[in-house]
Write a protein that binds this ligand. Structure first.
Ligand code: KG4
Ligand code: ZN
Length: 339
């Protein structure tokens, strides 16, 4: 198939959101229903994989029904099915993949497998339909952190990625040791608003020419700081620790993104993934990029975190490139990003 679908149904179940969306001509979001499991996983301080799979299984058909009703679309009008097939929690992915296969089989329409991070990247095209390639896309999610040179649809290269913790993972882990809730990113962002940057945590720039990241040292420094202060009976100001941590992490993200944008001579930088909803990060990026004549774009908040609309946006172009799957499609928990 090389024709782009007019009306597709997309499913996303890679982690803790069950989502279904109807996308028209790759751009128009007819519906984007997201059923979040956060309240359940909060009880455990993080995502419990088996609970995630079971909740997807319970909810997914209702979410699909809601997406169709909200879009005012009948199943028989769909001309394509899209699904996240990896990376993610395997039991969670399998729920979406098996339902997508069943629907594609029953409706006799093509099935497009979508890499989750490619979906995050394409969320930018839903919010900014007129954006022009090439661009640098900095993907900052709970499981991944990468700087990608995105030349065109189907053409990209990874310039760097994290060697240990992802940016969102660092936010979540630091929030946990600070006694803040899950997910940690929004909690740290809120605390940092009223905190001062008065603790100098390390910035891991690695080799001078590297676009890779390492956030585990920063996380350990925060833990060491908390231990030392507790042992010495000194007060810990959670807001100051949150602010100092966030500043350290952002600085490395921003400086490496700027260097990549200058090296590749792009006019646009796109942020993608859950951490891209952080206002302080957006502001800091903008402050550094704009004086260099580089435009910053990011998806609207609901499209930054996991959702099926972004999967549908990516699938539209993948379908156009003939990247459809057979009914032997499987879930792949770990797989490098590809277009
Ligand atoms: O992209 P996403 O929804 O799921 C993955 O693909 O991983 O990202 C979730 C991550 C979590 O680690 C969460 O703490 C982080 O995004 N996050 C944030 C913010 N909102 C979500 N991190 C920093 N600031 C935020 N406002
Ligand atoms: Zn995600």
């Amino acid at each position: 198939m090389t024709e782009k679908p007019k009306l597709l149904l997309a499913l996303e179940t890679s982690c803790d959101e069950t989502s279904a969306a109807v996308i028209e001509n790759g751009r128009i979001i007819r519906s984007n229903v997201i059923s979040s499991q956060i309240a359940i996983h909060q009880l455990y301080g993080g995502v419990v994989p088996e609970i995630a799979s079971r909740k997807h299984l319970e909810n997914v058909l209702e979410v699909v029904e809601m997406a169709l009703v909200e879009a005012g679309v009948d199943k028989k009008d769909l001309d394509c099915l899209a699904v996240t097939y990896g990376p993610g929690l395997v039991g969670a992915l399998l729920v979406g993949v098996s339902l997508a296969k069943s629907l594609a089989y029953a409706l006799k329409i093509p099935l497009v497998p979508v890499h989750h991070l490619l979906g995050h990247m394409y969320a930018n095209l839903l919010s900014h339909p007129d954006v022009e390639f090439p661009l640098i896309c900095t993907v900052v999610s709970g499981g991944h952190t990468s700087i990608i040179y995105w030349e065109d649809h189907g053409k990209m290269s990874i310039l760097g990625q994290t060697r240990d913790d992802a940016a969102g993972e660092a936010f979540d882990k630091v929030a946990r040791v600070l006694g803040l809730g899950y997910p940690g990113g929004p909690e740290i962002e809120k605390a940092a608003l009223v905190g001062a940057e008065n603790i100098k945590f390390p910035r891991a720039y690695l080799e001078a020419d590297s676009y890779d990241f390492s956030f585990s040292g920063l996380k350990s420094s925060v833990i060491n700081y908390l231990h030392k202060n507790k042992q010495n009976g000194q007060d810990i100001v959670v807001e100051d620790v949150a602010r100092s941590f966030q500043e350290a992490l952002m600085e490395v993200l921003v400086e490496k993104t700027l260097r990549a944008a200058k090296e590749k001579k792009v006019r646009t930088v796109a942020l993608a993934g859950g951490v891209a909803s952080n206002q302080a990060l957006r502001l800091r990026m903008k402050e550094r990029l704009e004086p260099e004549g580089i435009q910053l774009i990011f998806p609207e908040p609901v499209l930054c975190t996991d959702n099926a609309a972004m999967i549908g946006a990516a699938a539209y172009y993948l379908a156009g490139q003939g990247k459809v799957a057979g009914l032997d499609l499987n879930a792949v928990p770990s797989i490098p990003i590809h277009g």
